[in-house]
Write a protein that binds this ligand. Structure first.
Ligand code: PPS
Length: 567
């Protein structure tokens, strides 16, 4: 038997033991897994993360962070840890079992806690992601989303997370290994992707498989990808359309419920181990594999070939061979795709970048047939109508009395006059009355208030409406979290109403500044509580000496320049 196809150890107990454990688990402390943790747990339990048998212990974590290896010397580049809140961690001690549940409360596994520690997140960011820079999505997650305490220990698997979508396309490592065995596929090239496939991808994957004399597995990530990516429902419909373009029975499509970290070189090695576990013998690694985009200085986090270099250095140990990802371009004279380094001198090369494609989709412009398959373009247009038809959020932030509500009201009226999309105003005061009446002004309460506003705005945006928010929203991290939540569905336009504290206090329209100065109102923004001004808002307005109408007009012009309103 080809070793790549032999069954892999899983962490699940038998159905009988699972039923018993489920009952016993009622007495255990329960941790409700985050979306990322559900993904990690599924791959731990089904062997996708082999050789891991649970969430990393502290010693393994330190070793992985520093050396990309477990303490037993096995190659493992990514810290797979269970992060929890300090509050939950207080009630847990090593030696104890805890029940791991999905967001609906269904028990998936038991963690036998061996270690509990507070990680040095700055070190983790530096070593694993290359920089402690919040522009990296995984570093931002580490500092602003993940809990402060890590728990480690072996897992007893009870049941896999339930997926209601595309069930027939989801395979465990052992299911894929059995499929390859059954089909007689001895050499399999895996293609990792988080984007829709266009003609160039189809060409390059087809060529890669042919060069390796192997079958092809399109293995897209459907767990968590980079914030702002096209949702996996749309992508899978696109992949299914592209699958028909390969010669019959050479290629298969399977969905991988992985939560990506966008860690470039380390991530490429991790992806290789995961594909090896899924029975593949070859893996396509291209330029800037799993790249996170630009850092806060506007530079790339990793060199374009760092991932390939690191992969090559470890491929023998992993037991999977790298296949180079060729940059394919359309050659007009030949009416076909060719690798860029094989194009004859003088021939015309055409290419549409990801940014250009997004622009054309946003503006409803033509996408040529040489670039993509009509079925894929139709699918993308269906989910991503032109920007001027999508929902969006206008998010005003600024001190009390800065003029947020006044401008927001004026903008709302102008947008309603234009028509076409429903407009909802989530003004600070309205929200505090209807959504957040029990909240005060501590950091915790303000954050909760803004998260609620963000949630409602994201729903409005998702459903094609315009949400206008006008809270103080004093904290950068919270505004950023709301931005990320909303950008999954449409534009987030941040407007800093930058009227100075002196001016706001001079106006003191509600008489609150006076009371705050007298100490009669505590935690008052600008006086006894912080306001972190946005560094890069889409628009900044200082209302001192300006008419409301002029300010509202500036906002409308901004929306027009962003393509959010059209003639
Ligand atoms: S936050 O920080 O975003 O949750 O605040 P927000 O929901 O926008 O509420 C701000 C309005 O509440 C009034 N108010 C206070 N503001 C700031 N600090 C303290 N301690 C405070 N207490 C009451 C104030 O009228 C704010 O309204 P605006 O429209 O901003 O002037």
């Amino acid at each position: 038997m080809n070793l790549a196809h032999a069954p892999l150890p899983e962490l699940y107990v038998s159905p009988d033991s699972a039923s018993k454990l489920k009952l016993e688990a009622a007495d255990l402390p329960s941790w409700d897994l985050t979306a990322r943790q559900v993904c990690d747990l599924e791959l731990l339990m089904n062997g996708g993360f082999n050789p891991l048998r649970g969430f990393l212990s502290e010693a393994d974590y330190d070793s992985v962070v520093e050396t990309m290896r477990l303490t037993d010397g096995s190659l493992w580049p990514m810290p797979i840890t269970l992060d929890v809140t300090e509050k939950f961690a207080e009630g847990v001690a090593p030696g104890q079992d805890i029940a791991l549940r999905d967001p609906e409360g269904v028990i998936l596994a038991i963690l036998s806690v061996s270690d509990k520690w507070v990680p040095n997140k700055a070190r983790e960011a530096e070593k694993v992601f290359g920089a402690d820079d919040l522009a990296h999505p995984a570093v931002n997650y580490l500092h602003n989303v993940a809990g402060k305490v890590y728990l480690g220990g072996p897992i007893t698997g009870i049941q896999p997370p339930v997926h209601y979508d595309y069930r027939a396309r989801r395979d465990t490592p052992n299911e894929l290994r059995a499929f390859f065995r059954k089909m007689g596929w001895h050499r399999v090239v895996a293609f990792q992707t988080r984007n829709p496939l266009h003609r160039a991808h189809q060409e390059l994957t087809f060529r890669a498989a042919r060069e390796a004399q192997a079958n092809l597995l399109i293995h897209p990530v459907v767990g968590m990808t980079k914030p702002g990516d096209i949702d996996h429902f749309t992508r899978v419909r696109c992949y299914e359309a592209v699958l028909d373009k390969y010669p019959a029975s050479t290629t298969s499509l399977s969905l991988l419920n992985l939560a990506m970290r966008m860690a470039g070189p380390r991530e490429a090695v991790w992806h290789g181990i995961i594909r090896k576990n899924h029975g593949c013998t070859h893996f396509i690694v291209g330029r800037d594999h799993a790249g996170p985009g630009k850092n806060s200085q506007g530079e790339d986090f990793y060199g374009p070939y760092d991932a390939q270099d690191m992969f090559k250095a470890h491929q023998d140990e992993i037991g999977i061979e790298m296949v180079d990802f060729k940059h394919m371009v359309w050659v007009s004279e030949r009416a076909e795709y060719q690798p860029i380094d094989e194009v004859q001198e003088g021939h015309t090369v055409l290419n549409i970048s990801g940014t250009e494609l997004r622009r054309r989709l946003q503006e409803g412009l033509e996408i040529p047939e040489w670039f993509s398959f009509p079925e894929v373009v139709a699918e993308l247009r269906r989910t991503k109508p032109a920007r001027s038809k999508q929902g969006f959020t206008l998010f005003f932030t600024g001190l009390s009395g800065s003029g947020k509500s006044t401008i927001a009201n004026a903008v709302m009226v102008k947008l309603m006059e234009m028509g076409g999309r429903p407009v909802t105003l989530l003004d600070g005061d309205i929200v505090r009355k209807n959504l957040s009446s029990e909240l005060g002004f501590s950091k915790e309460h303000r954050d909760l208030n803004i998260r609620r506003i963000g949630y409602v705005a994201s729903e409005i945006t998702k459903n094609g409406g315009i949400a206008i928010c006008a809270p103080i929203a004093p904290y950068t991290a919270t505004r950023r979290a709301v931005r990320e939540e909303i950008e999954a569905f449409g534009a987030f336009v941040e407007i800093h109403v930058a009227t100075s504290l002196e001016e706001c206090e001079k106006r003191d329209r509600k008489g609150l500044y006076k009371l705050a100065r007298e100490g009669k109102i505590k935690e008052f923004t600008g006086i006894s509580d912080p306001y972190e001004a946005p560094e890069n808002p889409e628009l900044r307005l200082d209302t001192a000496g300006l008419e409301v109408d002029y300010c509202a007009q500036q906002v409308i012009l901004k929306l027009e320049s962003l393509g959010l309103i059209a003639a």
